[in-house]
Design a protein around this ligand. Structure first.
Ligand SMILES: C[S@@+](CC[C@H](N)C(=O)[O-])C[C@H]1O[C@@H](n2cnc3c(N)ncnc32)[C@H](O)[C@@H]1O
Length: 492
């Protein structure tokens, strides 16, 4: 592109509320097709604050939170109730596998090789030493991609509800792999736009996506999948520009400027740095941005889940603040020690390509449950729940002196049901102690007084009146027994 096109666009963007690209020809030294102008300016729309539609009319884009009224949220929640890969994404991944491994990839030797690699990849991951040759990119798509794609959208929904998603966003996908997070974010925004258009809400999006990835095989896959998806699924009100991935270990990457949302999805466990030291890498990457939303997502297993809380705590020590899921109900920060807490969003409907590889030993090759550990952080102290406790409740750090007594507490619910259908067990926390505490509700005590315990979303706050404190010496933990007289109330 000649510099005169960009400088003219910059001038028009700053001096006019709207203009047609064709008008530019009045001022340029030679004539261009509108399409040519559009293509050459596309990488700059974000920085120019412009939205140019399919008819090449450009308007200034005001950055504002995405509308999130009750009806919009309800429709989105409805869509996420039956989590699955959208057909276009399932087809995209299925075709990629077919192009890479042949039409009959799910039979004979190829299928065997893929199955072996799914198993090896899982083993390597738990050892913290995964590698990504092309075959592992395919096994990742087959086994891990669908769950990680779906679970991310629940976190985006949280951000939407909290007003943290805006019409103009610069997103950074760190350790992007084959493009799980990038594709999931685009699909989520497309879903939102379709709800807005159904409801007659005029919203235009201008999104820029950067990514950082150390394995070239993943970058090749990322480039192919994301560019194909965007070209096959254009959305009238969305200008989405995916930048060339940065091929580097995140430890060596330069901080990106003015990012709004930085996501580390399933990458921390692969870093060689100790969990506390990972905070330095995250902080450095976020240092070029004023107040980005930083999202860290990791698996729910004991080791990775606890490690994430250590990283989170180290970030807090550096002045970065927790938006969710933890609420410091008493205003005291915890130490992030010995904290195993994860979110459970149930099962996805597995895609056809996963079924095809799981025709034998299905339990090894089907991956459907969305259990994940996460932290969402900000720099400015914004929190999901502003609630602070008053004096009428006991702190969980004082449970020792209340053993065998009935007490009132106010806590965040930090798990789904860890028990079974006879005994509901939920992890609870108020930020005052590292000793694990659980609310235990035997099914036969379940009634209207205490039902709110089971309806509480992960991270939400409840008040419990009249719970019996029991010490569980075997597990060095405390149980708060909820019976039919215990009252549980959600905090709005
Ligand atoms: C488990 S995959 C996660 C991919 C994707 N984010 C997701 O959630 O599905 C981890 C990715 O992080 C990349 N990775 C691991 N360590 C990295 C590092 N230090 N710097 C950049 N990328 C890294 C790997 O190459 C891989 O693509």
């Amino acid at each position: 592109m000649t510099p005169e096109i960009l400088s003219l666009a910059r001038y028009l963007a700053s001096s006019r509320a709207e203009f047609a690209l064709s008008e530019m020809n009045q001022y340029l030294s030679r004539k261009y097709e509108e399409k040519e102008l559009y293509e050459s300016l596309k990488p700059h729309f974000f920085d120019l604050n412009l939205f140019c539609d399919a008819h090449y009319n450009c308007t200034k884009l005001a950055n504002r939170p995405l509308p999130a009224d009750e009806q919009v949220i309800r429709e989105l929640e409805e869509m996420l109730k039956a989590p699955l890969l959208p057909p276009a994404i399932e087809k995209l991944i299925g075709s990629y596998i077919e192009r890479s491994c042949g039409k009959n990839w799910h039979t004979g030797e190829t299928a065997q090789l893929l199955r072996e690699n799914i198993v090896k990849q899982k083993e390597e991951y738990w050892r913290g030493s995964p590698k990504y040759p092309k075959i592992r990119v395919i096994s990742y798509l087959l086994y891990h991609f669908p769950v990680y794609f779906c679970q991310f959208q629940y976190l985006l929904l949280d951000l939407l509800k909290g007003g943290l998603l805006t019409t103009k966003m610069s997103i950074v996908d760190v350790g992007s792999g084959p493009g799980t997070i990038t594709l999931s974010a685009i699909d989520f925004l497309h879903k939102l736009l379709s709800i807005y258009s159904k409801k007659g809400i005029d919203v235009r999006l201008n999104i820029k996506i950067d990514s950082i990835e150390k394995a070239i095989e993943n970058i090749d896959c990322y480039n192919e999948l994301t560019s194909l998806y965007l070209s096959q699924n254009p959305k009238e009100n969305a200008s989405i520009f995916i930048k060339e991935p940065i091929h580097a270990p995140v430890e060596k990457a330069q901080p990106l400027r003015d990012a709004d949302l930085i996501i580390f999805s399933n990458i921390l466990a692969e870093m060689s740095a100790h969990p506390a030291e990972r905070a330095g890498i995250i902080e450095k990457l976020a240092s070029g941005s004023r107040n980005p939303t930083i999202m860290i997502i990791d698996p729910a297993d004991l080791v990775n889940s606890k490690a994430l809380r250590i990283t989170q705590h180290a970030l807090v020590k550096k002045g970065i603040t927790i938006y969710s899921p933890c609420t410091f109900i008493w205003g005291t920060g915890c130490k992030g020690e010995d904290c195993w807490s994860f979110r459970d969003e149930g099962d996805i409907r597995v895609p056809e390509f996963m079924r095809k590889i799981a025709t034998e030993d299905a339990y090894r090759y089907l991956n459907s449950d969305m259990k994940f550990t996460y932290a969402i952080l900000k720099k400015d102290g914004t929190v999901e729940h502003k609630y602070r406790a008053g004096g009428k409740f006991a702190r969980l750090s004082t449970l020792k002196k209340h053993v065998k007594k009935r007490i009132n507490v106010v806590v965040s619910v930090m798990s789904g049901n860890l028990g079974d259908e006879k005994n509901f067990v939920l992890k609870i926390c108020d930020g005052t102690t590292s000793v694990p505490c659980y609310a235990v509700l035997p099914a036969y005590h379940k009634n209207d007084n205490n039902l709110a315990l089971l309806g509480a979303n992960y991270g939400s706050i409840i008040e419990i009146f009249g719970a019996l404190v029991r010490e569980n010496k075997e597990f060095s933990s405390y149980n708060l027994l909820i019976n039919r007289n215990t009252i549980v109330e959600p905090v709005k």
